[in-house]
Design a protein around this ligand. Structure first.
Ligand SMILES: Cc1cc2nc3c(=O)[nH]c(=O)nc-3n(C[C@H](O)[C@H](O)[C@H](O)COP(=O)(O)OP(=O)(O)OC[C@H]3O[C@@H](n4cnc5c(N)ncnc54)[C@H](O)[C@@H]3O)c2cc1C
Length: 322
């Protein structure tokens, strides 16, 4: 039977959950592995390329780091991620190279702006996107309604805006600010993404993303000279080539004290649920976690206990006593 589901928030979390609800209805996703296929599927549906395989090259900061890589590269736990080091890696010349370098296997990146654009386009073809800020006074949790309309499920995917949520605001969705620069350079290599205390990611036309800073417990997106200078300094660890800064941006990562997502149903209002706390690796974990979450909502399957919101029950009890 077709269900009416309202998802509040159309960032990565809301989009991943919406797509899994729609696909689950179609039963397509049973056969798909995740992250890569999730993005490729959006591209297939919208013709907008969003998933880009690229070599990530780690420039070692010390001889010890290289030794650690050599130790790990043959261990079963790591050998699907680390390419065995070669002479060429040792003598790699397209970045500052004092201690050698190593390549991450099967690496890739998702470009968030086309991702959000393409997936919203696809969702609007299979569901409805309402462009408005949902006001909490318009919800009735007993009736499971929003603006008088009844929903089978209401999922809050509000990222770092969760604090004011009357039903889930007690959960410790923290704010980790990040600043990123877009730079252009004629000379920095576009073949690989260089990495050492920061990343330099080629995004086409001699343009690169240089990121990212981490400032914990900060909920403002003010652009700072400090953040900018920090990134410029870190880029200097990778390259001596000149570059021009063309853009400076800041965003907030919704993180949690134990670095795990926070998902589950409200303890009283069972039609209300939350999918949040995706943190610093949201693009990696959201597609798979969204599938598990949708199965949990639709078929009552168990979620991994590491992500369940019940781990914060003590916090809720404390706040209720206040
Ligand atoms: C600088 C930076 C670098 C990052 N780098 C990486 C990376 O390299 N790899 C990676 O995997 N991840 C990375 N991330 C993390 C990733 O971007 C986050 O995990 C992800 O954006 C979280 O998605 P979200 O949907 O939970 O939250 P958000 O992206 O914050 O989206 C929430 C959405 O909900 C909307 N909303 C909130 N409240 C309401 C309401 N009441 N009504 C209507 N709409 C509402 C907001 O407007 C927003 O659009 C990075 C993040 C930042 C900031």
């Amino acid at each position: 039977m077709k269900k009416e589901i309202l998802i509040v928030g159309a960032g990565l979390a809301g989009i991943s959950v919406a797509m899994q609800f729609i696909q689950n209805h179609w039963r397509l996703d049973e056969f798909l592995p995740f992250a890569e296929n999730f993005s490729n599927q959006i591209t297939l549906n919208t013709a907008i390329p969003i998933y880009h395989p690229i070599t990530i090259r780690r420039m070692f900061s010390s001889a010890h780091e290289k030794t650690m890589w050599l130790e790990k590269q043959n261990l079963e736990k790591f050998n699907s991620y680390l390419e065995p080091l070669t002479i060429e890696d040792d003598h790699y010349k397209l970045a500052k190279n004092e201690f050698g370098s190593g390549r991450i296997k099967g690496s890739s990146f998702v470009n968030p702006i086309p991702f959000l654009k393409a997936s919203k386009q696809w969702i609007s073809e299979h569901g409805t996107i309402i462009y408005e800020n949902a006001d909490y006074s318009d919800f009735n949790p007993e009736e499971s309604t929003y603006k008088g309309k009844k929903y089978d499920e209401i999922v809050f995917c509000e990222g770092s805006n969760n604090d004011l949520n009357p039903w889930f605001g007690y959960l410790p969705v923290e704010h980790t600010k990040g600043e990123v620069l877009t730079i252009s350079s004629e000379k920095i290599t576009e073949n690989e993404s260089l990495n050492r205390k920061c990343f330099l990611l080629p995004v086409g036309n001699k343009t690169f993303k240089l990121g990212a800073t981490y400032v914990w417990h900060t909920n403002n997106t003010v652009l700072t000279e400090e953040g900018k200078n920090d990134l410029i300094e870190k880029a200097g660890l990778l390259t001596s080539f000149p570059f021009e800064i063309t853009e400076h941006k800041a965003g907030i990562r919704p993180t949690s004290p134990d670095r795990r997502p926070i998902v589950g149903r409200h303890h009283i209002f069972k039609k209300f649920s939350i999918f949040n706390g995706l943190g610093t690796k949201g693009y990696l974990i959201a597609p798979k976690l969204a599938e598990e979450f949708v199965h949990f909502i639709l078929y009552d399957t168990e979620m991994d206990k590491e992500v369940k919101l019940e781990r914060f029950d003590k916090l809720r009890n404390l706040q209720e006593k206040k």
